[in-house]
Design a binder for this molecule. Structure first.
Ligand code: ZN
Length: 182
């Protein structure tokens, strides 16, 4: 089994820009396999490599049942038409918010063998591709919300039972800071 732990909001790997894949070797093929299996087990409609702790520009998706796909080093061309709808993320369990996205997308990149791939999609597939590509740039869907909705989202995050479970402990200096809160 190659099911990996999914990293949760607060993990530094989720806010880091992931590296381009240069070698399309067996390790990349194994990564795509691990992502696909972990996504199916979750279950989710998409999963990006940083979500399993690997900072590489790779994601998998499965919008149509039993038709999983993947894309490496994606470059997106977005439609001007917009869509608003529910969006969630496996790294922010239980949170769903209306999120503004482009209605359609043309995504160019590579498959795990280094061959050119073009994926054209709209609605959920387009939403998924934009969401997963954002992960590769260290962007989470809550970063895409308007400021009022984002405040609500941050409140839900703070109140969620998973929040802070793996977050780094901030040590408070015992010394007098003379009013500086840095
Ligand atoms: Zn996500």
């Amino acid at each position: 089994m190659s099911i990996k732990n999914i990293r949760i909001f607060g993990d530094a790997v989720l806010t880091k820009k992931a590296d381009e894949v240069k070698d399309f070797d067996r390790e990349i093929q194994q990564l795509v396999k691990d992502l696909t299996e972990t996504m199916r087990e979750a279950p989710g409609v998409g999963l990006a490599a940083p979500q399993i702790g690997v900072s590489l520009r790779v994601f998998t998706y499965c919008v149509e049942e039993d038709k999983p796909g993947h894309l490496i080093n994606p470059v997106l061309q977005l439609s001007e038409a917009r869509q608003y709808g529910d969006e969630g993320c496996l790294s922010l369990p239980g949170l769903v918010f209306d999120t503004d996205r482009s209605f359609g997308v043309i995504a160019r990149g590579k498959n795990m063998y280094g061959e050119d791939v073009v994926i054209e999609g709209s609605e959920l597939l387009a939403r998924c591709i934009q969401h997963e590509t954002d992960h590769l740039d260290g962007i989470l869907f809550v970063d895409r919300l308007d400021s009022d909705t984002r405040k609500l989202a941050m409140k839900s995050i703070r109140e969620s039972e998973w929040f802070g479970a793996d977050a780094p402990i901030v040590k408070i200096s015992p010394h007098e800071t003379f009013g500086l809160s840095i």
